[in-house]
Design a protein around this ligand. Structure first.
Ligand SMILES: [Mn+2]
Length: 358
């Protein structure tokens, strides 16, 4: 498997590529053109420049996270046709720069959601946390979105693009008539349209689970369990219809048995990308993001890595959200230090698994 690191681009990320290059075992970065609104074609010229910049630093660029799906596609509006055409064009351009995997999600309106971006843990580090009780009390999602944006400081949150947040009210109204079944239909329509292009371009679509893995604010969510992902990979049956196995997103629901889910989809060769992180479930619906170490959180990271090895996983993996430690100042969840520690730890587990095999 190839160890990667999410990087937001030189104008959006305070972490320079040369630091990332120095993390042991790293092969490449996972990045995107974050400033482009969902639905636009990613210009080949900009992609070539991005690739050059990354390669010059001694790193690969084979995974994109994310090419966001326009809300009109999720809503199934007639205007989706143009956005689907644009998405296909972006896939073709990504092929030109050697991309192998596109991570995307199909969550209505909100991407991943936390109720705090800087909760202080007992060791003095800061981390992101979620509490369903807080969400349940929110009557105005706009106010909540504004508050979360205020906590991010100068760093825009990925998946919370300003243009989407600016029209929350309109979007909430638009989703009033979209059921879970309808959302699945809209996903199927999208996948059936783009997968032939993925096959032709040898690029895997890797769907990221809902985070948290249940409905929030009354919006439907459809990608959050073994069963729902089974439905998703079957609705458009192509080896390019794959999954981003995000341990933190799926695992915040303790009913999701992570090693079992990994074995299930790993055997079918449908895991293209892995987000490996840990979190501590304090009670149902309440968790904070811990260090990657198994005993700091609720997941057994050794069992997770073992399941990946047993099913011959040869795709891309990256550490996921980290805490803010050593007074680092940066994008919540995406500092350098704790994620680099996460990689060192995953490397150690991987080495011991490989040596035991011999
Ligand atoms: Mn993730």
């Amino acid at each position: 498997m190839k160890m990667t690191f999410r990087w937001y681009g030189s104008s959006m990320d305070p972490i320079p590529l040369k630091y990332i290059r120095q993390i042991p075992g790293i092969t490449g970065v996972v990045t995107s053109l974050m400033d482009l609104p969902a639905g636009e074609v990613w210009p080949l010229e900009r992609l070539m420049k991005l690739k050059q910049e990354v390669n010059k630093a001694g790193l690969e660029l084979e995974v994109i996270e994310s090419v966001n799906v326009h809300e009109d596609i999720k809503l199934g509006l007639a205007s989706r046709e143009q956005y689907i055409e644009n998405y296909k064009e972006t896939i073709r351009n990504l092929k030109e720069i050697g991309v192998k995997v596109i991570c995307y999600n199909f969550m209505p309106v909100f991407d991943w959601t936390r109720t705090s971006l800087d909760r202080v843990l007992s060791d003095g580090s800061n981390t992101m946390s979620y509490d369903q009780d807080i969400i349940n009390k929110i009557t105005d999602p706009q106010k909540f979105a504004d508050e979360i944006q205020n906590q991010t400081g100068e760093f825009e949150m990925a998946g919370w693009e300003p243009e989407r947040m600016a029209e929350l009210k309109r979007l909430f109204q638009a989703y009033e008539t979209v059921s879970h079944e309808q959302l699945k239909e809209n996903l199927k329509y999208f996948l059936e349209a783009i997968l032939p292009v993925c096959e032709e371009c040898d690029i895997k679509m890797a769907m990221h689970p809902d985070d948290p893995p249940w409905d929030i604010f009354g919006l439907p969510r459809i990608a959050n369990s073994l069963e729902s992902f089974e439905e998703i990979i079957s609705m458009a049956d192509s080896p390019y219809n794959c999954i981003t196995l995000c341990t933190g997103s799926l695992g915040s629901n303790p009913d999701n048995h992570l090693p079992e889910i990994i074995r299930h989809f790993g055997r079918k060769k449908r895991i293209a990308f892995v987000h490996a992180r840990n979190l501590k479930i304090e009670k149902p619906g309440k968790f904070y993001e811990s260090s990657h170490l198994s005993r700091d959180g609720s997941f057994d990271m050794y069992e997770i890595m073992k399941a990946l090895n047993e099913t011959g996983f040869d795709g891309y993996i990256r550490p996921d959200h980290g805490r803010m430690i050593w007074d680092e100042h940066g994008r919540a969840g995406y500092g350098l230090f704790d994620r680099a520690l996460g990689i060192a730890y995953l490397n150690g587990i991987q080495e011991s698994i490989e040596k035991q095999k011999k």
